[in-house]
Design a protein around this ligand. Structure first.
Ligand code: ADP
Ligand code: MG
Length: 284
């Protein structure tokens, strides 16, 4: 190649690199959550065994699999409840592997727990006010509640306003002064979701949000999820009811024995023989 031609070749290479970088950025932008080769062991038990997947921006993606497949542990590793044994979790291009829950929440990624974590001896509203701390995993004896009694400073006022907005959105504002311990299972799930949204996340991981919820509240919860999606939120959704997955998710990831066994549209995964064998055979 002549000296004259070299700049052109370099240019071409640069252009290719720029294009590749741009493509990478687009992929990352299109998939806010990327999980790579995630592993988590507890002593001799391997709960997650090399799971890799990504979640598309704005999607309601289902995460399914038989009991013990590693779904909750995957959520725990993504949101900092557990430190992964190995592998990586990237959120919006940032490596969040091993970060604390409150750091991850600050980046806009939160989760709800399979077993709702409200404090039964506090009112619904108090639970809401403590939610930002709750995501931090810190002790709950913080200054917010005395602050509420002693006169509300601007930041707390804003928090209070957000709490009421969420309670209204989930139609549990009439329960604000009720002790959380007196709520029904379904109302608890609504509170759990409302609490998760207190930090104004862009992505929410939902661990069986409909378990134990009656059909009326189930519909309400699903409506809210779709409404939040229309506003731009992204959801990864663990749910065992395949009808709910079929009706609500455009993409499904199937876990089995700590790994991703299959993914695709609900129709694709339910007609995948490996999935039928591993999961649906006895169930559907
Ligand atoms: P899923 O949510 O898909 O039902 P889990 O992630 O809860 O599955 O569990 C996956 C496996 O890891 C199971 O065998 C479970 O018993 C085990 N496991 C989960 N959490 C722990 C833990 N904290 N200590 C020991 N084993 C655990
Ligand atoms: Mg689970």
């Amino acid at each position: 190649m002549s000296a004259d031609a070299e700049p052109t070749a370099d240019d071409a290479e640069d252009t290719a690199e720029v294009a590749a970088a741009a493509q990478g950025a687009r992929d990352a932008a299109g998939h806010p959550l990327v999980v790579q080769d995630l592993r988590k062991t507890f002593g001799g038990i391997t709960a997650v065994d090399g799971a890799s997947f990504s979640v598309e921006e704005g999607s309601l993606t289902g995460l399914i699999g038989p009991n013990g497949a590693g779904k909750s542990t995957t959520f725990n590793c993504i949101t900092g409840v557990h430190t992964p044994t190995s592998g990586s979790v990237t959120f919006r291009g940032n490596d969040i592997t091993g970060m604390a829950p409150h750091q991850i929440a600050r980046q806009g990624l939160v989760r709800t727990f399979q077993i709702a974590r409200e404090l039964p001896d506090m009112t619904v509203l108090e639970n809401m006010m403590l939610a930002p701390q709750g995501q931090s995993g810190e002790r709950l004896s913080h200054a917010i509640l005395p602050g509420l009694r002693d006169g509300v400073v601007a930041e707390e006022e804003e928090l209070l306003e957000r709490a009421w907005q969420q309670l209204e959105f989930f139609e549990i504002d009439h329960l604000a002064e009720e002790y959380a311990g007196n709520l029904s299972g379904g109302q608890r799930k609504l509170l759990e979701m409302a609490r998760a949204l207190m930090t104004d996340p862009s992505m929410v991981l939902l661990d069986e949000p409909l378990a134990g919820v009656n059909p009326t509240l189930e519909e309400k919860l699903l409506d809210r999820i779709h409404e939040l999606r229309e506003r731009g939120n992204t959801f990864l959704f663990v749910e065992h009811d395949m009808d709910v997955i079929m009706d609500n998710c455009e993409h499904v990831i199937v876990m089995h024995q700590g790994r991703v066994l299959a993914e695709g549209t609900p129709e694709q995964v339910t007609s995948d023989e490996r999935v039928v064998e591993a999961y649906l055979g006895g169930d559907v």
